[in-house]
Design a protein around this ligand. Structure first.
Ligand code: F6P
Length: 328
């Protein structure tokens, strides 16, 4: 779609929040202002779109937010938008504000909705990948992932102190839904002994074998980073079973949880958010539509929503191998 047709853009955040979403909103609003576009902020994701809960955003409205976690536009997972009726209301609300195009900041669910909506109503949408899980095809990194990993690493560093003092084996559960990116990076960066991720097949027997080897090598304490989506079961159950098999360690479980979703975004996330927010607006004006913007090999690229939501992104196998070798 050519620039002369796009005059009014709406931006929203949807799905789980991620540190850096505010920096992306800021970049979108300021780039839109630079191009003399009217920009609206929709509250509460698709829920607010359905209810017409939107307002004009000015360049000063997004001042002082680049360093803040969460999202000033709030976010939600909308069941109503999954229905044709909900999407009809959303379209009518956008038309009432004369919105020509949208920028959706979110993850897989957000882009699934965006794809259906844009096909039904022929409205151009660009997606910006905002999720701590880093599970989207078409970008090396998603907004919030780096900050979440930093938070998890800091937590493991602290757990390591007490694990060492008490000779304990800690199972530390991190987020990531069905993907193991957060767990793998956290494991490597915190020097964990083992990492359990859904993308790598393993068994409890193998884990026990590795831990026994560790005991032989005089590992007096241990950290196992467990992705919440791992295939061996709940972290507590894994810990209970390991405890039965190895009596050498006292075992403990820590679930870091939603701490990983909050906090001031890292510099890397602020940079990524700024680049993708800026690129999303300029991309729309250059004719991109119904695609997700991402960063691949440090270059801005666009990927169809179809590919972004259906193609699988897997952790680098070399990193998986390296994590095992460095943990001996
Ligand atoms: O997708 C982000 C994420 O934090 C996942 O890692 C996690 O599984 C999920 O959202 C938690 O969702 P909620 O905040 O709804 O509990």
């Amino acid at each position: 779609m050519a620039k002369d047709r796009i005059k009014r853009i709406a931006v929203f955040t949807s799905g789980g929040d991620a540190p850096g979403m505010n920096a992306a909103i800021r970049a979108v609003v300021r780039t839109a202002a630079y191009h003399d576009l009217h920009i609206f902020g929709i509250n509460n994701g698709y829920e607010g779109m359905i209810d017409g809960d939107m307002r004009r955003l000015d360049i000063r409205d997004v001042g002082n937010i680049i360093y803040r976690g969460g999202t000033i536009l709030k976010t939600a997972r909308s069941m109503r938008f999954m229905t044709p009726e909900g999407r009809k209301h959303a379209y009518e609300a956008l038309m009432a504000f004369d919105v020509d195009a949208c920028i959706a900041i979110g993850g897989n669910g957000t882009f699934t909705g965006a794809k259906i909506f844009s096909e039904e109503y022929n409205i151009p949408i660009i997606g910006i990948p905002g999720t701590i899980d880093n599970d989207l095809y078409g970008t090396d990194y998603t907004i919030g992932y780096d900050t979440a990993v930093n938070t998890a690493v800091q937590a493991v560093d602290k757990i390591r102190d007490t694990a060492d003092s008490h000779n304990r084996l800690f199972f530390v559960e991190v987020m990531g839904r069905n993907s193991g990116f957060i767990a793998l990076s956290t494991g490597i960066a915190s020097g964990a002994g083992n990492v359990l991720i859904p993308e790598v097949d393993t068994t409890l027997e193998r884990l026990v074998e590795l831990l026994r080897l560790g005991v032989k090598r005089k590992k007096m304490f241990g950290i196992i980073v467990v992705a919440e989506g791992n295939k061996l079961g709940s972290t507590q159950k894994i810990a209970d079973k390991v405890k039965k098999a190895i009596d050498f360690y006292d075992t403990k479980v820590t679930i870091i949880g939603h701490m990983q979703r909050g906090g001031s975004p890292s510099a890397l996330d602020r940079l990524l958010s700024s680049r993708l927010g800026f690129g999303a607006v300029e991309g729309l004006l250059a004719g991109h539509a119904n695609e997700m913007i991402g960063l691949v090999n440090n270059e801005v690229v666009f990927t169809s929503f179809e590919d972004a939501i259906t193609k699988e992104k897997k952790p680098n196998q070399n990193l998986v191998r390296m994590a095992e070798i460095l943990a001996i």
